[in-house]
Design a protein around this ligand. Structure first.
Ligand SMILES: Nc1ncnc2c1ncn2[C@@H]1O[C@H](COP(=O)(O)OP(=O)(O)OP(=O)(O)O)[C@@H](O)[C@H]1O
Length: 227
């Protein structure tokens, strides 16, 4: 049976008083892979920020992985973020810790206490993105693509129902971007739902998937030939 992991109805997306997107209607089912495209300033990041509650939802209805975005309290936000995996363009790894310690930090911060369980989980997610051999390296010893794979592993730590990736290949060359896409599609193939913001139309052609576009204050689905 399909499960809705994201539902937006009549949603307005705001940056302070400025309305960025109007009347956003969107249903995402478990297991989907969705691209979000659009010109600079069209509202892609603002929409993503609303989904992980970095921007509040004041207009319309929105539920994400069983949280009602309109009713969300400050104290709920860390729990919402635990049910999501968020991946950013600039990786956001802690520079003064090894890869293992970066992931350990997240698990401890999200309530994991048992040492062997922590070890097992970190090995499992690093293995899934092909980074297990690099567990003891520092972030600066890795290439951009390798750092992004670690960031994807970090996003998987708490078995999220939905992964939000905001331009995850934005800092990577085409070959490395393709490697990161392979990792994302493999994870999607294992049943994870992914929403990915991108500027990179070459990636859309190489890895086709349902595509939404932000334009002139609206969000709508596009078919590839009209990108
Ligand atoms: N912190 C902010 N305060 C006020 N306005 C903002 C803020 N961040 C973005 N905006 C405005 O909101 C609109 C949408 O910006 P947003 O960053 O969501 O676009 P984007 O599609 O993600 O762009 P890009 O592709 O450049 O990342 C723009 O007009 C932008 O100037």
């Amino acid at each position: 049976m399909s499960k809705t992991v994201l539902s937006l109805q009549g949603v307005g997306i705001y940056q302070n008083e400025h309305k960025v997107l109007s009347n956003v209607n969107l249903e995402v089912q478990k297991g989907e892979f969705i691209y979000l495209i659009g010109k600079t300033g069209s509202g892609k990041s603002s929409l993503m920020k609303t989904l992980y509650a970095d921007l509040p939802l004041h207009e319309g209805q929105g539920t994400i992985v069983d949280y009602d975005l309109r009713k969300l309290k400050e104290k709920d936000i860390p729990f919402l973020r635990r049910s999501l995996g968020v991946v950013f363009q600039d990786f956001k790894l802690l520079p003064d810790r090894t890869i293992f310690e970066n992931l350990q930090f997240v698990l401890k911060a999200t309530g994991w206490t048992e040492k062997e369980g922590i070890q097992r989980k970190i090995e499992e997610v690093l293995d899934r993105v092909g980074m297990l051999p690099h567990a003891n390296k520092m972030p600066h010893q890795l290439s951009g693509g390798e750092q992004q794979r670690v960031a994807i592993a970090r996003a998987l730590l708490n078995d999220p129902d939905l992964i939000l990736a905001d331009e995850p290949t934005g800092n990577l060359d085409p070959q490395t971007s393709a490697e990161v896409m392979e990792v994302l599609f493999k994870i999607n193939g294992n049943g994870r739902t992914i929403i990915m913001v991108t500027h990179d139309y070459a990636l859309l052609l190489k890895y086709p998937a349902k595509t939404l576009k932000c334009e002139d204050g609206s969000v709508f689905e596009v078919v590839q030939r009209s990108l």
